[in-house]
Design a protein around this ligand. Structure first.
Ligand SMILES: [Cu+2]
Length: 515
């Protein structure tokens, strides 16, 4: 089906309401069930702030956040408990507020609330939040989070940077996550609207720009699985931020963005007043743009209220990760040679046909959160559960992790480390090692057969930190480990709230239909 064959196009295109709810540093984030039909197919979802794109959470660099997650989930055909992870936030000194269930906390039971209290002293940029309980975020619990920098070094490059310049890319499933095994998504949503193959020509998101104005767009991949090749017809994009880290300007015409990654780019509205396709071609699901799938609309003020007629063109300036250079303090810790660190670890990945393993162990959640195991008396890192999946890291040390993914089933796997950014000294698609100024980020594609993506960071943040594939179906199938950082000091460095102490007893008392 081609969009030219549709009938009354003009009436089918609607502008997304601009008055999105915003939660600024402090307040309630209500998690609830509701029926939604972002692509014309109605299903019950798990929502943050009652919208398909969860309520925007914002603050400034240096702010303290006090976000009270209120669990009003009632639908027992999906998980009723929840947690929220603040993706990319270091949580230094507040590991208990990081969010992953059974690593950092027990889930929040329905009809309960839990206060996430954390400070963001030295980070700014584009982040997001999502459920970190099983595959719950695939049912909808995900939204953007932006930390603004009042002293942004790139402030002179753009005129507009607000809640209208956030571009949320999502995969969307018509079935509930618990019923799915390694599924393909039904639709791509851009800012909460999209179409599915074989569906109706429902409303698409319209992003309006004014000719002559420069915009800082914040692109977020909130997907459970696909990476997207993102582009905007007739426009280049100047990338300035990668996963909450400022980078030197890099002009591109397309961006392959993996699950959980973010980019800020400058777009100058310098083309003729018209409509242009915004494209996000997914790696799984239905590719292409037939019938307006995987699309949204960039509309210049004054242009007709219609769908664009611009054709898809071949990218000639695709983003290449090896060309990204951190703006501040570039350079990887350690010596400029393979293994030139205090502690080097190789991750051998495998797939059994149903489960993923790392160095022979498939991750499955312990019943007692890793952090609580120490606080409640476990003596040594060796005794931490789950067996084979927890690695004690020496404190104040340089760390190198190599991940030869070798075309493992389901590749490319985007790996995310909690509690840190890392320097990617060897990127996917490259056999060159760069210790001088490699990209710094918190999610990296581990590539295909022949790749050996290698990252470095310094252990300066005590606590248990999850390292996992951010394809949520793969995490659920065990593609994860936990780093126990400075474990000997958790009893003094980790100070959870009393409400945190109460989470496990409440959760453990739930009956099966209340989980
Ligand atoms: Cu994966």
């Amino acid at each position: 089906m081609r969009f030219q064959s549709f009938g009354s196009l003009f009436s089918l295109v609607a502008v997304v309401p601009s008055a999105l709810a915003v939660l600024q540093t402090t307040g309630d984030l209500v998690i609830s069930n509701a029926a939604v039909s972002p692509d014309g197919f109605s299903r019950t979802a798990v929502l943050a702030g009652a919208t398909v794109v969860g309520e925007l959470v914002t603050g400034n660099k240096g702010d303290n956040f006090q976000i009270n997650v209120v669990n009003e989930l009632t639908d027992d055909t999906m998980l009723r408990s929840t947690t929220v992870h603040w993706h990319g936030i270091f949580q230094e000194g507040s590991n208990w507020a990081d969010g992953p269930a059974f690593i950092n906390q027990c889930p929040i039971a329905a009809n309960n609330s839990f206060l996430y209290d954390f400070t963001v002293p030295d980070q700014a940029g584009t982040f997001w939040y999502h459920s970190h309980l099983s595959t719950q975020y695939c049912d909808g619990l995900r939204g953007p989070m932006v930390i603004y920098d009042p002293d942004d070094p790139y402030a002179d490059l753009y005129d507009v940077d607000d809640d209208t310049t956030i571009i949320n890319l999502m995969d969307w499933y018509h079935a509930k996550a618990e019923t799915l095994t390694f599924p393909a998504p039904d639709a791509t949503l851009i800012n909460g609207l999209g179409r599915y193959s074989g569906g109706n020509a429902t409303d698409l998101t319209v992003i309006t720009v004014t000719s002559g104005t420069r915009y800082r767009f914040r692109l977020i991949n909130l997907a459970c699985d696909p990476n997207f090749v993102f582009s905007i017809d007739n426009h280049t994009m100047t990338v300035i931020e990668v996963d909450g880290v400022n980078h030197e300007q890099l002009v591109v015409d397309s961006i392959q963005i993996f699950a959980a990654q973010r980019y800020s780019f400058i777009l100058e509205a310098n083309q003729s007043v018209d409509n242009y396709w915004i494209r996000a071609d997914p790696s799984t699901g239905t590719a292409g743009y037939a019938g307006g799938i995987n699309s949204a609309i960039l509309r210049y003020s004054g242009a007709a209220d219609s769908e664009p007629g611009t054709p898809a063109v071949t990218s000639i300036l695709a983003l290449n990760e090896t060309q990204l250079v951190p703006l501040e303090n570039p350079g990887a810790p350690g010596e400029p040679e393979v293994g030139g660190v205090d502690y080097a670890l190789n991750l051998a990945l495998a797939f059994t046909g149903t489960a993923f393993t790392i160095n022979g162990y498939s991750f499955s959640s312990p019943t007692v959160p890793v952090l609580l195991q120490i606080l409640s008396g476990a003596e040594t890192a060796d005794s931490l559960l789950p067996t084979g999946s927890v690695y004690a890291l020496p404190t104040n040390s340089t760390i190198e992790i190599s991940i030869p993914s070798g075309g493992l089933a389901g590749f490319p796997h985007p790996f995310h480390l909690h509690g840190h950014t890392f320097d990617v000294v060897r990127s996917a698609g490259s056999s060159t090692y760069n210790y001088v100024n490699p990209v710094r980020r918190d999610v990296v594609s581990t590539g295909a057969a022949g790749d050996n993506v290698t990252i470095r960071f310094t252990t300066d943040n005590a606590g248990p930190w999850f390292l996992h594939c951010h394809i949520d179906w793969h995490l659920e199938a065990g593609l994860a480990i936990v780093f126990a950082e400075d474990v000997a000091d958790w009893n003094t460095t980790q100070t959870p709230s009393t409400a945190w102490d109460d989470l496990c007893p409440i959760y453990d008392a739930l009956s099966a239909d209340q989980l």
